[in-house]
Ligand binder design. Structure first.
Ligand code: IPM
Ligand code: MN
Length: 360
């Protein structure tokens, strides 16, 4: 298969981890005889620095013209504590999601057998956890009208959803549940929010089209508690934009490191793949960032194009690295490897899974 991929590595550790993901895809192209072409473009703080715009037109055009986007991370501390900054790196990512119509963000969370003792949560709590979070990504409070009164003393962010916005991601979530353990949990705050009540109504209606999927509902506060008390009860979680943002960071604790969590953002015509972690500025250039979330995002890209053997080859290489403790300091305090070394192992393993001489 021929694929043209836009690479938006962004800020902080973004470039370091994304280059390992590109490397893993190059190994896949070689082993399975595909042709992947990578085209770099600017986004985030680095784009503001170079062009004044966190999402330059050229970048957006490239993303629209290519088959898929591989995204790194964005964000720089110099914007975080400056509420009056006229442009912010995050605006680049949010606009990209909106312009490309990436309404469904899929975040898998898994407790790897070999990492059960790395999580701060007890082994017996997290064992068997395998969740797929479907987070709505282009609506809700992130994109509703924002207001600040003239005195700068009253601010508001509107959380708005239409029936259509709820329907399109719900169908994807139900279809995913059908291929998994056939359970879908809608996370909302329907005891308080009108928008949540609309979610419940629409999702309940859609559920009749998927009679083999069991549907239940959880208020987001309870869901946050259940996520650390009994995460293996979940199969597919469906939720709105902000709840999904929060719940997915919380869920990352289960796997032992946020540096393991990948995501896919899909719409009707475009798709983008990115680790859920941020730009981790303190780690920039130190070679300590975990490249696995970025590498697994590349696996999700391959899955999206139905390249299942190829995606599995990446996942097997990652699982081997975890099993052999070929990991960065977030998972390995005794004998940590660098970002690049972990990427090298995964690259070599993809090319040569049988070669037991791989020596690390
Ligand atoms: C994420 C991030 C973004 C979000 C930020 C960087 C805008 O936290 O992808 O989860 O809130 O969606
Ligand atoms: Mn987030």
């Amino acid at each position: 298969m021929k694929l043209e991929i836009a690479v938006l590595s962004g800020d902080g550790i973004g470039p370091e981890v994304t280059s390992q993901a590109v490397k893993a895809m190059e190994a896949i192209a070689h082993r399975f005889d595909h042709s992947f072409t990578f085209k770099d473009a600017l986004v985030g703080a680095i784009a503001i620095e170079k062009t004044g715009n966190p999402l330059p037109d050229k970048t957006l055009q490239l993303c629209a013209d290519t088959d898929a986007v591989l995204f790194g991370a964005i964000g720089d501390p110099k914007y975080d504590n400056n509420p009056s900054a006229p442009v912010r790196p995050e605006q680049g990512l949010l606009r990209l999601r909106k312009e490309l119509g990436l309404y469904a963000n899929i975040r898998p969370v898994k407790a790897y057998e070999t990492l059960l003792d790395k999580s701060p949560l007890k082994r017996k709590i997290i064992e068997g956890t395998d969740i797929s979070i479907y987070r709505e990504l282009t609506g809700g409070i992130y994109f509703g009208e924002k207001r600040l009164n003239d005195e700068g003393t009253i601010a508001s962010d509107l959380c708005e959803y239409s029936k259509e916005e709820i329907e399109r991601i719900s169908h994807l979530a139900f279809k995913a549940a059908q291929k998994r353990r056939k359970k879908l949990t809608l996370v909302d705050k329907a005891n308080v929010l009108e928008s949540s009540r609309l979610w419940r109504k629409v999702v309940t209606e859609i559920a009749t089209e998927y009679p083999d999927v069991g549907l239940d509902f959880l208020f987001v506060d309870n869901a946050a508690m259940q996520m650390i008390l009994n995460p293996s009860q979940f199969d597919v979680i469906l939720t709105e934009n902000m709840f999904g943002d929060i719940i997915s960071d919380e869920a990352s604790v289960i796997g032992g490191s946020i540096g393991l969590l990948a995501s896919a953002s899909v719409g009707d015509t475009c798709c983008m793949f990115e680790p859920i972690h941020g730009s981790y500025p303190q780690a920039t250039g130190k070679g300590i960032a975990n490249p696995i979330a970025a590498i697994l995002s590349a696996a999700m890209l391959l899955e999206h194009f139905d390249l299942m053997d190829e995606a599995n080859a990446i996942k097997e290489a990652v699982e081997k690295a975890l099993e052999l403790n070929i990991t960065t300091p977030d998972l390995n305090s005794l004998n940590p490897l660098t970002t690049e070394k972990v990427g090298d192992f995964i690259y070599d393993y993809i090319l040569n899974p049988e070669d037991s001489n791989i020596n690390f």
